[in-house]
Design a binder for this molecule. Structure first.
Ligand SMILES: Cc1cc2nc3c(=O)[nH]c(=O)nc-3n(C[C@H](O)[C@H](O)[C@H](O)COP(=O)(O)OP(=O)(O)OC[C@H]3O[C@@H](n4cnc5c(N)ncnc54)[C@H](O)[C@@H]3O)c2cc1C
Length: 324
């Protein structure tokens, strides 16, 4: 059963195609493999948001673990099983007579009897004019990935939630100064806000809108306006970290499964969508909390529901080896 390298292509029809290799998708994979179902994972990357996280202190079993370490542990566990992990992006799911066809931007079509969507979330943009032009030129959506590039420089973090204030703590250890720009009072957990509040090189701008990112070839500043007074200011920074929330990755299933007003996939307690045979788990869904342990638990539930669905389908021969 042990395989060091997961196959990277899918042959024939599989019982379940999992879309996404974050905590939800990876946990679903392990549960499906243990039910002896055949499955394939299609994902843009391995690890999802966990791979962007510096340190995790609330995943049971580890008092502290880095995001990269936890990703490696998830991957190692999945790779015990001969399950293909295809690095590609799902662009559509088509309903066929008795199966689904997951089509990818890389030109692949994966046929599956059931699908688990675990495509998570991606960062929201500020929506200011120079934003897209300056991505990778000082503007980043991931302090864990790009933070070290700003050693001893001045940076700004936009946002006031958990991700933003965690980015502030992280950047305060690297940068010479960190401005935190938020429209409203910080919404981060008290323990996180208190830690950031003690840092000497952190300066707050609460109650400000971001007008634009300033710079021609690279970021040179952040233009902001105080909401109460209308007073404008340009912070001279060489890095801007955008941490203003996340959007669900559901564009490829619009019109196929029901979404709520935020674009999240509506699921019931069994991780079922409105389409029989399509399940969804983790941050991409309407599940109440967006956390690693929650996503992993939902991934397990989705896999068990998919297993039950496949067992209940009459005259169905499972492509996997059994049903134990
Ligand atoms: C900066 C930061 C810090 C965090 N810190 C913590 C923390 O300390 N503790 C905690 O519990 N939670 C934390 N979280 C939240 C946690 O990371 C998420 O709740 C969790 O990762 C969600 O898992 P998921 O599998 O549902 O989705 P994701 O982790 O988002 O994974 C989704 C996967 O789907 C893939 N994908 C997306 N679209 C497609 C597509 N069309 N085709 C194929 N693949 C696709 C992605 O590449 C990715 O691999 C943090 C989040 C962030 C951003």
């Amino acid at each position: 059963m042990f395989s060091l390298e997961a196959p990277s292509e899918v042959e024939g029809i599989v019982d379940v195609c999992i879309i996404g290799a974050g905590p939800a998708g990876m946990t679903a994979a392990v549960y499906l493999a243990r039910k002896r179902l055949s499955a394939a994972i299609v994902s843009k990357d391995v690890g999802g948001q966990v791979a962007w996280t510096l340190g995790i202190e609330n995943y049971m079993g580890y008092q502290y673990i880095t995001g990269r370490e936890l990703t490696a542990k998830f991957e190692e566990q999945v790779k015990q099983f001969p399950m293909p992990i295809v690095l590609d992006e799902a662009k559509s799911i088509k309903l066929e007579s008795s199966s689904f066809a997951v089509e990818t931007t890389g030109g692949r079509t994966i046929s599956a009897r059931a699908v688990i969507i675990a495509s998570g979330k991606r960062p929201k943009e500020l929506g200011v004019p120079n934003e897209r032009r300056l991505i990778g030129k000082g503007l980043s959506y991931c302090s864990t990935c790009d933070g070290p590039l700003f050693a001893s420089k001045e940076v700004a973090v936009c946002g006031g939630g958990n991700s933003a204030i965690q980015a502030v703590i992280e950047m305060a250890q690297v940068a010479s100064k960190v401005y935190v720009v938020s429209r409203n009072l910080w919404r981060a957990d008290a323990v996180v806000s208190e830690k950031a509040g003690l840092l000497k090189n952190v300066e707050r701008r609460i109650g400000y809108d971001v007008l634009d990112v300033v710079g021609n070839r690279v970021v040179e500043g952040l233009s902001i306006r105080e909401r109460m007074t209308g007073k404008e200011e340009t912070l001279k920074v060489s890095g801007v970290f955008v941490e203003v929330g996340l959007n669900p990755n559901t564009e490829f299933v619009k019109g196929l499964v029901n979404l709520n007003q935020y674009g999240e996939i509506e699921v019931n307690c069994q991780c079922e969508t409105n389409v029989p045979g399509i399940f969804a788990a983790g941050d991409v869904t309407t599940v109440h909390e967006k956390q690693i342990v929650v996503a992993a638990g939902e991934g397990a539930k989705a896999a068990l529901s998919a297993h039950e669905y496949l067992l209940r389908r009459p005259a169905l021969t499972l492509a996997g080896q059994g049903t134990s």
